[in-house]
Design a binder for this molecule. Structure first.
Ligand SMILES: [Zn+2]
Length: 298
């Protein structure tokens, strides 16, 4: 039997503990719910952590004394570089998540497309994702800093936390969804959220255009695989076609706004592409080629 949303929310509340910032807590639960509505079952595994709890975590894999108490635990592996007070968990501003099996009984720690999607929802809600960090990737971790460093938080400053917690979707995404339905005869809900169905519709659009404009013989199934990847063409500044529109829409979905979605590969599209490539740590060559297409849809 499928795990219920209520169960996931209740477990998450328990794991977050007392001491959470209320907005961060609400955003975390909203994330669980949005993911659930997309068929992704996710649970929060940690939230607020006291300084003593942080000390025992930091003590794993090293010799560590904190406030005169011995927290050394060499039997366990090193799990964090954050000392007490140096983690946003200590201020109730961070959460960790994991995916659960459909029946809710097993934890799944594989960082796959579902995992990435949950992180994306978290980011839509105003979280910073540890999977985006360059030095030490912390895939389960999401935090809101309110613009404050932990030093400022330690000094007692109050973070100003806001979360774009909207139940109505993004207007630009709604218009992209409408265009997809008209142009490619897809039948997706125009709700203003970028979910798996909208992603599929974009791939259908790309496959259709590759067949039409570049005589490729792709099966138009909305699935991203090696055949579609290898059939992609490189487009760059000056291009003007429906494929450019697909690129613009895909960049927009990833949070890189190319300005007007007009199918014209101009200055703004190039800048959005460049920023996306840099953020994704792929070659920032301003060319939308195989690597970029794959990054956008894989
Ligand atoms: Zn964490």
């Amino acid at each position: 039997m499928k795990v219920g949303l209520r169960t996931l929310l209740e477990r998450s509340v328990k794991k977050m503990g007392k001491g959470m910032n209320p907005i961060v807590k609400a955003a975390a639960l909203e994330m669980v719910e949005r993911a659930y509505n997309e068929g992704i079952y996710v649970q929060i595994s940690a939230g607020y952590r006291s300084l003593e709890e942080q000390a025992s975590l930091y003590g794993q894999g090293r010799v560590y004394i904190y406030n005169g108490k011995n927290y050394s635990n060499l039997a366990k592996p090193n799990v964090t570089n954050a000392k007490p007070g140096q983690s946003y968990h200590n201020y109730g501003l961070a959460i960790d998540f994991f995916i659960v099996s459909d029946d809710g009984k097993k934890a799944i720690w594989t960082v796959n497309s579902k995992w990435q999607r949950v992180a994306a929802i978290g980011k839509e809600l105003g979280f910073i994702w540890g999977g985006d960090w360059s030095s030490f990737k912390d895939y389960p971790h999401l935090e809101m800093t309110g613009g404050l460093s932990y030093k400022q938080l330690q000094a007692g400053k109050n973070p100003h936390i806001t979360s774009p917690k909207t139940s109505k979707g993004d207007n630009h995404i709604i218009s992209i969804q409408k265009t997809l339905n008209v142009r490619y005869e897809t039948n997706i809900e125009c709700d203003g959220f970028y979910g798996p169905k909208t992603r599929m519709a974009l791939i259908i659009g790309l496959q259709t255009e590759l067949n039409k404009q570049f005589n490729k013989k792709l099966v138009v199934d909305g699935k991203w695989g090696p055949k579609t990847k290898n059939a992609t063409v490189t487009i760059k500044k000056g291009a003007s076609c429906n494929i450019t529109w697909i690129l613009q829409a895909a960049l927009y979905m990833k949070g890189f706004n190319p300005g007007t979605l007009d199918g014209e590969f101009g200055e703004n599209t190039e800048m959005a592409l460049y920023k996306y490539q840099k953020a994704s740590r792929i070659s920032a060559d301003k060319l939308a080629g195989k690597v970029t297409w794959n990054e956008l849809f894989a």
